[in-house]
Design a protein around this ligand. Structure first.
Ligand SMILES: *Cc1c(COP(=O)(O)O)cnc(C)c1O
Length: 455
């Protein structure tokens, strides 16, 4: 029988995280800047929001960083995650390509996000914090935070964008099941929220607003730790367990990817899968193409500017040098809520700038089409975010069919779509729009990018 599943045992799990910064050619990554002084953020400033070990990881140039035992023990509840060869999809496409996917949906909350929520909760607990506070859009990050807090006996408080709170009651119920308190944002609990509601009682909320509320709640309670769902160097670092496992699983398959594909919001699952492969390549290993896939509705990597900009709409946090559409950019509503970010992790941005990664933007209906095809051949209903990676993997496999080449394609299946079936309903009903931001909207948002550290 042909093998379709490549599994590692608990004892084969990575014991360290992989830090791409150690292998990056050229200048070190541009530092984050203080939003007021525009000087590089100091460790003392970072210590306001992050425990010491996470600051260390954020700034580290060490290649390997040890994963604490307590974290490895929790990872072992669902890791190493499986890697599959998509033989039924290959046959349906009639492609000579070999397609593999690394599946993160087996995590308790159904996506890759607990890979970083758990270590962030752990280090905050060590630092004496008794609770966590954060924001969430579609709810995947809030769920992961709620899970991690419950593992460490901590409280969790999640500000969830109001439209998502109303559209996705089961994500909220999941967070509450883990013991978290979830509040629709804007809320009357914070000054920021009250101010916004006074101006607009029907405000649907945004990730920028929810972030501002979480930061305000954090600032007012010294017992709380604030945790980050994507983009930051330490978050990308934690996700590298994905790619390290995948390298060993590709060995079991006696194969190696020519192309690695991942969907890209803040860039964490893409980085988690691809950085260990890029590291091998940079250290003289085999060549590999990496493709970042984003929604056409939010074309950060394909149409953004590389500049210093704020990660948050409220301009409270530091400036990062990254691809950005402007911190005021509000993308059209698409169902891949996790991919609606105006900026991207600086390390991923740098990889695209240096030509280590390519970027592609795809409209959501084409993604759902690929997602449905995937579900009907491989059985797993993918998260709307993950369908972006599937779309490009399928396109590359179809190109192999045209060209008669047998490439090896590996993509990241970042999560399952069990909480997103309403989006599938809309796709089947034909009511999903393929909105793209027009030139005027992009130009107006780009105008808001501050003139810092340019030229
Ligand atoms: C959050 C999320 C994403 C996007 O975030 P990244 O940091 O870019 O990985 C993608 N897929 C799923 C399933 C998610 O939950």
């Amino acid at each position: 029988m042909d093998r379709t599943r490549f599994s590692l045992g608990e004892n084969d799990a990575p014991t360290t995280w992989y830090n791409l910064a150690a292998d990056l050619p050229g200048a070190p990554l541009a530092p984050a800047l203080n939003p007021k002084t525009h000087q590089p953020l100091t460790r003392a400033e970072m210590a306001h929001t992050m425990p010491e070990p996470l600051i260390e990881q954020e700034l580290s140039a060490e290649r390997e960083i040890e994963i604490p035992d307590a974290v490895r023990e929790l990872y072992a509840l669902w890791r190493p995650s499986p890697l599959f060869r998509a033989r039924r999809l290959e046959r349906a496409l009639g492609t000579p390509a070999r397609i593999y996917y690394k599946y993160e949906g087996g995590a308790p909350t159904g996506s890759h996000k607990p890979n970083t929520a758990i270590p962030q909760a752990y280090y905050n607990k060590l630092a004496g914090k008794t609770g966590l506070v954060t924001e969430t859009g579609a709810g995947q990050w809030g769920s992961a935070t709620a899970l991690a807090a419950s593992f460490f006996g901590m409280t969790a408080k999640v500000y969830m964008v109001k439209v998502s709170f109303e559209q996705k009651p089961y994500r909220r119920a999941l967070m509450e099941t883990y013991g978290a308190r979830c509040t629709p944002s804007p809320s009357t609990e914070t000054e920021v929220g009250r101010k916004i509601l006074a101006d607009d009682p029907d405000c649907p909320g945004s990730l920028g607003i929810a972030t501002s509320e979480a930061l305000e709640a954090f600032a007012q309670d010294p017992d709380l730790g604030y945790v980050l769902g994507s983009a930051a160097n330490h978050v990308l670092l934690h996700q590298t367990v994905i790619g390290q496992e995948a390298i060993r699983q590709m060995e079991l398959a006696e194969d190696y990817p020519d192309i690695v594909v991942g969907c890209s919001g803040g860039g964490s699952n893409l980085a988690g899968l691809s950085f260990p492969f890029l590291g091998e390549r940079l250290r003289g290993g085999r060549d590999v193409r990496v493709i970042a896939v984003e929604p056409a509705a939010c074309p950060t990597l394909t149409q953004g500017t590389i500049a210093y900009d704020y990660a948050d709409t409220g301009r409270l946090g530091p400036l990062f040098r990254m691809h950005t559409l402007g911190h005021g950019f509000v993308p059209p509503a698409v169902h891949a809520g996790g991919l609606r970010a105006h900026g991207i992790g600086p390390l991923v941005s740098r990889c695209v700038e240096d030509g280590l990664m390519e970027a592609r933007a795809v409209p959501q209906t084409e993604c759902f089409e690929a997602g449905v095809r995937f579900a009907r051949t491989e059985g797993i209903v993918p998260a709307p975010e993950s369908t972006h990676a599937i779309r490009v993997a399928v396109d590359e496999a179809l190109r192999c069919r045209e060209e008669g080449t047998a490439k090896t394609i590996l993509f990241g299946l970042s999560g399952h779509g069990h909480f997103d079936l309403a989006a599938y309903d809309r796709y089947f009903a034909g009511t999903l729009a393929d909105d793209r931001p027009d030139e005027a909207l992009l130009a107006a948002a780009a105008d808001g990018i501050p003139l810092v550290g340019r030229g």
